[in-house]
Design a protein around this ligand. Structure first.
Ligand SMILES: [Zn+2]
Length: 461
């Protein structure tokens, strides 16, 4: 009986031990043969590779830890080694081994002599698990990129680019097919070109640009193009810049005018402690700048087609009260208090005279615009815009297509105006230019139509 009980308890003990060993083995097996892949994060993930890019790779394996990291670039079977890192096995079950690791590396297509076209960035990370015949769990990351280190090309397709300071210009050019963005650079100001819509097969682009009134005779102009990989080309083209002397103008501010004009603007523009003259200066400087910024933004997405035809109409029977580029000095009680540049032409006739659209275009603005009062802006296509300010009345709505000569409203003296007149501005991609050129049929013929006709009749140069 006792013997039997002893055997029985020994048997029980043995069973328990076997079970314990089995559990221990399973537990060990689960640790050593863990099946969790390492994790990784790569930054950035560029679409194109045009110059050296600095990547940051973060790798982690929280179970058995990182064994090694290998980074290569594969281009059509040609392998460029980028990074290789082996980690030591330290402590029981690699307890003191590396669990997370971060490293930066650079891929420079020029230094590596890579060819143009697709390239795969391949990242292999292994951990210290005994899986896969002892090799460890493998994380394979691939990021496809396009190597493009060749900038686009661009060539002028028109001749005779004579531009006045404060004036406009037109150039036709042909960019290479990989071009994403192109146009004319005036200093750092970009005037974007648009495809010549009539015949996209020609690959021709058209670009209206402007020489701001504060340009110099040696202001550099370039044709400019950028491809999808951000490679840029700046190319000289033949042009001639004519100097321009702008008028000086004196504006005397009377107390009566101050009171009258300042009361037209809402109180929330000013702080409570401002004097009338301080309020006036705020309107003349800060509000003017804000209004110009609104116009600039408004003129950034032109209709791609040409809506206009022939010279712009100048308001009939109107006297010119101020010209484009006037260098104004504002006096109050014989003291110069402010300076500014007049960026349009002031035209005065009888009070509340009809205001006509200078050319065919779409209404893109028809409301109050600070110092310009009630204002209408027309988009004539391809970057050309006109604005009509100080109106007493607006007869059109935003979105409306208006034919040359159609009524827009009536003159007035809303905004910062003395006396009933029309303030007329011409803008090229949001830059104010001298409207005189666009009123002049000879200027349009010599500088615009002749170039456009060359395209219609290629034999006529
Ligand atoms: Zn004006």
């Amino acid at each position: 009986m006792r013997t039997f009980s002893l055997i029985k308890s020994r048997f029980k003990f043995g069973l328990l031990l076997t079970a314990l060993i089995f559990v221990l083995l399973v537990w060990l097996f689960m640790i050593i043969f863990e099946g969790e892949k390492p994790q990784a994060h790569l930054e950035p993930l560029p679409e194109y590779l045009s110059e050296g890019i600095n990547f940051t790779l973060t790798a982690s394996d929280l179970k058995m830890g990182l064994r090694n990291i290998k980074v290569i670039v594969n281009q059509d079977g040609l392998v460029f080694p980028i990074l290789k890192k082996d980690f030591p096995y330290e402590g029981l079950f690699n307890k003191r081994g590396i669990r997370t690791y971060e490293e930066g590396f650079t891929v420079d297509p020029k230094k590596l002599n890579m060819v143009q076209g697709q390239a795969n960035l391949v990242i292999e990370i292994l951990d210290f698990s005994k899986r896969r015949g002892g090799d460890g769990n493998l994380l394979l990351l691939e990021h496809k990129m396009i190597v493009d280190t060749i900038p686009p090309s661009i060539t002028a397709a028109s001749r005779g680019h004579n531009i006045s300071i404060g004036g406009s210009g037109l150039i036709l050019y042909r960019p290479s097919l990989d071009t994403h963005e192109s146009g004319v650079l005036v200093n750092d100001l970009l005037f974007p070109g648009v495809p010549l819509s009539r015949d996209p097969q020609t690959g021709l682009y058209i670009c209206y640009f402007a020489l701001p009134y504060n340009s110099q005779k040696d202001t550099p102009l370039y044709l400019w193009a950028k491809d999808g990989a951000d490679n840029e080309t700046k190319k000289i083209f033949s042009y001639y810049i004519r100097g321009k002397q702008f008028r000086s103008d004196t504006i005397r501010i009377s107390d009566q005018f101050l009171e009258q004009v300042v009361s037209r603007f809402t109180a929330d523009l000013f702080g409570p402690e401002k004097t009338t003259i301080e309020k006036y200066l705020l309107i003349n400087k800060r509000l003017r700048e804000e209004n110009h910024a609104v116009l600039r933004d408004l003129c950034q997405s032109p209709t791609e087609e040409k809506l206009w035809d022939g010279p712009w109409i100048r308001m009939k029977n109107a006297a010119t009260m101020a010209t484009f580029g006037d260098q104004r000095t504002y006096y109050y009680k014989d003291k110069a208090i402010d300076r500014g540049v007049h960026v349009g032409v002031d035209l005065a006739s009888l009070a509340t005279s009809p205001v006509q659209a200078g050319n065919t275009g779409r209404v893109i603005f028809a409301q109050d615009l600070g110092i310009y009062g009630l204002t209408v802006v027309l988009d004539h296509g391809q970057g050309l815009y006109t604005m009509y300010g100080h109106l007493s009345r607006i007869d059109v709505n935003v979105g409306q297509l208006i034919a040359k000569g159609d009524a827009l409203g009536a003159t007035g003296q809303t905004g910062l105006a003395t006396g009933d007149h029309l303030h007329f501005s011409f803008l090229v991609h949001g830059v104010f230019v001298n409207p005189i050129e666009w009123w002049d049929p000879h200027w349009i013929k010599d500088n615009i139509s002749r170039k456009l006709n060359t395209i219609d009749n290629p034999s006529e140069k």
